[in-house]
Design a protein around this ligand. Structure first.
Ligand SMILES: [Zn+2]
Length: 187
């Protein structure tokens, strides 16, 4: 708790806050910088403070990750954001920009994708707002995949031909879509 007296200036307040952050690992801000490749939107947001998710931020992220074809919004499981945040740290880019290739999908969008492309699951966790597809500019997607697998916090799919990984908060599992054998031989 920080108490200010009239004689204490703003710079003192900043020092107090920063020392508070270093003394308590749970009091720090968790942030995400996301770019949506379909809508061309970007969001730079603190979604969690300490152990508390910030409802207003979650609502903005839900909208950001909406089904871009239909405009439908669904509430995402915020544990997914923790995985994304930790993933940026794992690849040495804490808070680094993530390109979102796909977020929430309505069943109509999912069926449409299934009809026109391969590698789209019928019961995809995108339908439950529990999955995103992503890449990170400047980070090799194979390296991103390995970092995601090491976190072991949900499903990790790899789509080398489309250059993205799928992440979800379902059970820990992995798949590689249309992968050349030599590409993952080092696992
Ligand atoms: Zn996916």
């Amino acid at each position: 708790m920080l108490f200010l007296t009239p004689s204490v200036g703003a710079s003192t307040e900043l020092r107090e806050v920063s020392s508070q952050r270093t003394s308590s690992p749970d009091s720090h801000d968790h942030l995400l910088l996301l770019y949506n490749t379909h809508t061309d939107e970007r969001i730079d947001i603190v979604y969690r403070r300490g152990d508390a998710y910030i409802p207003d931020a979650l609502a903005k992220l839900d909208f950001f990750l909406r089904d871009h074809r239909t405009g439908d919004v669904r509430h995402f499981d915020p544990r997914l954001y923790d995985i994304l945040s930790d993933l940026t740290k794992s690849v040495g880019r804490p808070g680094g920009e993530i390109y979102i290739v796909c977020g929430y999908r309505t069943s109509s969008t999912n069926e449409s994708l299934r009809a026109h492309t391969t590698g789209v699951a019928k019961n995809s966790l995108h339908l439950q707002a529990e999955a995103v597809d992503l890449r990170m500019p400047g980070i090799d997607t194979l390296k991103l995949r390995k970092a995601a697998l090491a976190l072991a916090r949900g499903g990790v799919g790899y789509y080398p031909h489309s250059d993205f990984i799928h992440l979800d908060v379902g059970r820990v599992r992995q798949w590689c879509f249309d992968c050349p054998a030599n590409l993952i031989a080092s696992d």
